[in-house]
Write a protein that binds this ligand. Structure first.
Ligand code: MN
Length: 247
């Protein structure tokens, strides 16, 4: 049985993408869909809805949840801070939907893979906080906004972690397209990996089913063994879960 993977979309209310003009628009980089398809899952794009019964109904139709990254940042007010830098902020429609969705998916023990901003959202919904700008707030930080090329910096995987159990490697190279990072790890989560400057690059739930967040974008690196292994482990967990049964 192929597991059905719900994938979150981004939302624009006028500023982009350009073809949509002023019309509120859902959109998603197709690599996320291709990665799920390539590894044997059924990708299902999740529309942004606001009513909780609808969110519950969407979760009942999926076996695993892929929380995707986003151009704009999660509003720092959602983790109790004022924005300190003039970065674009994620639309309230998307952030509210994803927080409700992620909270409920965690409660229902739904397997989750959070990528980049999706990992940051998992952390915020669990009571964690973010570094608003790595370049300003982490002395001696590496460049985490790579300009070109496939790979950027190395990550070191924590030995006693889900990530190590699935990859069986302690060091490998990733890409890096972020300026925020996790500061305080959310409740029930632990660190899976850091880059060599100490920036947190992966988190996971300390117990229970597969819930993993990675700060890099494995969907861009499908020829890399580590990326494929992460998707395969996520899909295996989704396949093994059986369908959600409410909470
Ligand atoms: Mn990075």
């Amino acid at each position: 049985m192929k597991p059905t993977i719900g994938i979150t979309c981004d939302f624009a209310a006028g500023e982009r993408p350009p073809f949509a003009g002023e019309e509120p628009t859902l959109y998603l980089r197709a690599r996320y869909v291709r990665a799920v398809e390539f590894h044997g899952g059924i990708p299902l794009l999740l529309p942004i809805v606001s009513r909780l019964p609808l969110i519950r109904a969407l979760l009942e139709r999926i076996d695993g949840l892929l929380l995707t990254g986003s151009g704009p940042d999660i509003n720092p007010e959602l983790y109790g801070e004022q924005p300190r830098f003039p970065f674009p902020i994620m639309s309230p429609e998307r952030s509210q939907f994803e927080l409700d969705l992620a909270r409920r998916a965690l409660r229902q023990r739904c397997p989750i893979l959070g990528i980049c901003g999706g990992m940051q959202l998992l952390n915020v919904v669990s009571g964690g906080t973010l570094i608003q700008d790595v370049a300003h707030e982490v002395p001696g930080a590496l460049e985490h906004r790579q300009k070109g090329g496939e790979l950027s910096h190395s990550v070191r995987v924590v030995r006693e972690s889900l990530l190590y159990r699935i990859l069986k490697r302690t060091t490998f190279k990733t890409n890096s397209f972020h300026h925020q990072a996790i500061r305080k790890v959310g409740s029930g989560f632990r660190i899976s990996a850091r880059s060599t400057d100490g920036v947190i690059e992966g988190i996971e739930r300390s117990s229970g089913p597969f819930v993993l967040g990675v700060q890099w974008h494995p969907e861009y690196l499908l020829s890399q063994r580590e990326s494929r292994t992460i998707f395969l482990a996520f899909l295996k967990a989704a396949r093994g879960r059986g369908r959600a049964s409410g909470d």
